[in-house]
Design a protein around this ligand. Structure first.
Ligand code: CUA
Length: 332
């Protein structure tokens, strides 16, 4: 056992090298918190493994040693061993103090946002993330420069969501009616999964996006510039495809005919729809506009009345028009 632990630690260490894929047990260490958080995780894990093995071994030993058949005679009462009691109280206490101390240190690091951190607003809504940058740019994937402290100011428009970026070892609830924050400094360029990790309804599992880390500030600035005017140079239908993606329409409405929470956009243009109240209607511009702004007005038969106005997003008139053009373009 004594030899086993350092060996296993060595295996863990070697398998957790800085690669974009990460190791067998961990995603890549892509932020300033990763090394310390993983160290603490490993420490608690291996202390627990050793404690578990010791308890089970002692239990098995005592069960066999004092089984009924070998001890039929009356035994003297067990006496109190102060030495034993001190040993099994003090040693575990030392481990617990280390866990608390390292955990508290890390907790304080997570809370202390460095002055001058680059602030990005994060808004969760069923079932999409929106990121707003100081320049006014907006995206539905998180874009950050490497090697700079970034602060996320997090809110929710409807229910509890939670920001979770495993590669950065950060996690923070998005709470309706208040702001929460977290910070990190990305240490590796690349794209890392960004999850909602608080159950928030039907498409919770689809509330996934990416955290994209740029190696240089120049690359990040270039992206920021392009994000200011995402629809520039696009036809209305192309721009509509972008709205569908950026504003989270795609979490509930596919563009390939498969049905999720809501009907697919594919092939509905010009079709006759049957509604929950038994009436029917044709899919034209006005029907689509009404369905975006007042989704409850006509519920297609077989679907639930779950969408809120504009899908809970801020949509400009222009963006609504783009969506209409996109759905038109998906007629066949
Ligand atoms: Cu949002 Cu789960």
């Amino acid at each position: 056992m004594i030899h086993l632990v350092p060996n296993l630690l060595a295996v863990l260490q070697s398998s957790s090298e800085q690669t974009p894929e990460g190791s067998l047990f961990f995603p890549p260490k892509a932020s300033n918190f990763a090394a310390e958080a993983d160290w603490l995780y490993n420490f608690i894990f291996w202390v627990s493994v050793v404690a578990f093995a010791l308890v089970i071994a002692a239990t098995v030993y005592l069960v066999v040693r004092y089984r009924k058949s070998v001890a039929p005679e009356p035994q003297p009462s067990p006496h109190h061993s102060t030495k034993l009691e001190v040993i099994w109280s003090v040693i575990p206490s030392i481990f617990l103090v280390v866990m608390f101390w390292k955990g508290f240190e890390l907790f304080v690091d997570y809370r202390k946002v460095p002055a001058g951190a680059y602030q990005i607003q994060v808004e969760g809504v069923k079932w999409n993330w929106t990121f707003r940058y100081p320049t006014g740019a907006e995206s539905n994937e998180l874009h950050v420069p490497m090697g700079e402290p970034v602060e996320l100011l997090i809110s929710s428009k409807d229910v509890l969501h939670s920001v979770f970026i495993p590669a950065f070892r950060v996690k923070q609830d998005a709470v309706p009616g208040r702001y929460t924050r977290l910070w990190f400094e990305a240490t590796m360029p690349g794209e890392f999964p960004f999850y909602c990790t608080e159950y928030c309804g039907t498409s919770h599992s689809g509330m996934i996006t990416k955290a994209k880390v740029y190696e240089t500030r120049a690359e990040f600035d270039e992206w920021l510039k392009s994000a200011l005017n995402p629809y520039e140079g696009k036809s209305p239908a192309e721009a509509g495809a972008l709205v569908w993606e950026r504003k989270g329409c795609k979490t509930c409405h596919t563009n390939d005919g498969s049905n999720l929470v809501g009907p697919s956009f594919k092939g509905i243009w010009g079709a006759t729809r049957e509604f929950e109240d038994g009436s029917t209607g044709t899919v034209d511009e006005n029907y689509i506009l009404e369905s975006i702004q007042m989704p409850a007005a006509k519920i297609v038969k077989g679907y639930q009345n779950v969408m809120v106005a504009n899908g809970g997003q801020e949509l400009s008139d222009e963006e609504r028009d783009f969506l209409v053009a996109y759905i038109t373009s998906l007629a066949n």
